[in-house]
Design a protein around this ligand. Structure first.
Ligand code: RP5
Length: 205
């Protein structure tokens, strides 16, 4: 799979995969994963990470997870699924997620954020929770709701907002990298490029 490291002028690090959009499986019906056409430039034809979020209003933050996975050449499937408003959609999705090939679930929600916890209750897959800053408490509510799981049903909880979404994607990659040398290689190169992009001295005008 061709990929190259690009340290952009802005300092942003991009692990370019050529056609990152090809990795996404968007707008698939809840229980019908769409398998992408065979293409040698596509690292994976099937989503291995699901990105779910409680509301369409969460997308602006959660797309950071998708972008990070794209950069690492990991196919993902983003869906709006609310533990409160669409509970049947959640159970329907989780009933087949594992057999559909999903290996990690990233769940982002704001306010009384039950999505990650309820998801973890229904699946043995690792669930990575991202608290979102949508409510009046700017994510502190969602942080506590996501992180304070009673013993027995774990949810790995990340930072509030875009940093958390990005790190959840990197953590998902680290999980997959344990049994996938191509992802391990891309993850290592991402780290190298990230380090290389940090200047030795602060910028002076
Ligand atoms: C949560 O409520 C969602 O995850 C979202 O962050 C928050 C507000 O949702 P909307 O009212 O914007 O749809 O369930």
């Amino acid at each position: 799979m061709p990929h190259k490291l690009v340290a952009a002028v802005t300092g942003t690090i991009v692990l370019s995969t050529g056609a990152p959009q090809a990795y996404r499986i968007a707008n698939a019906a809840p229980t019908m994963p769409r398998v992408l056409e065979e293409d040698p430039s596509v690292a994976e034809a099937r989503a291995r990470v699901a990105i779910i979020m409680g509301s369409a209003s969460d997308w602006d933050v959660m797309k950071s997870a998708e972008q990070m996975l794209d950069e690492l050449g990991i196919a993902s499937d983003a869906r709006v699924i609310s533990a409160h408003r669409t509970p049947e959609r959640l159970t329907r999705f989780l009933a087949t997620a594992e057999t559909d090939g999903i290996e990690v679930i990233i769940a982002g929600a704001g306010m009384a954020a039950h999505l990650a916890g309820v998801t973890a209750a229904h699946t043995i897959l690792p669930v990575l929770g991202v608290p979102l800053p949508g409510g009046e408490l700017r994510g502190f509510d969602a942080l506590l709701a996501t992180v304070q799981m009673p013993g027995g049903i774990p949810v790995a909880t990340f930072a509030i907002g875009k940093a958390g979404a990005k790190n959840a994607a990197l953590f998902a990659a680290a999980i997959l990298a344990r049994s996938d040398d191509a992802i391990l290689d891309r993850l290592a190169k991402f780290r190298e490029a990230q380090s290389a992009a940090v200047p030795e001295r602060p910028p002076r005008d």
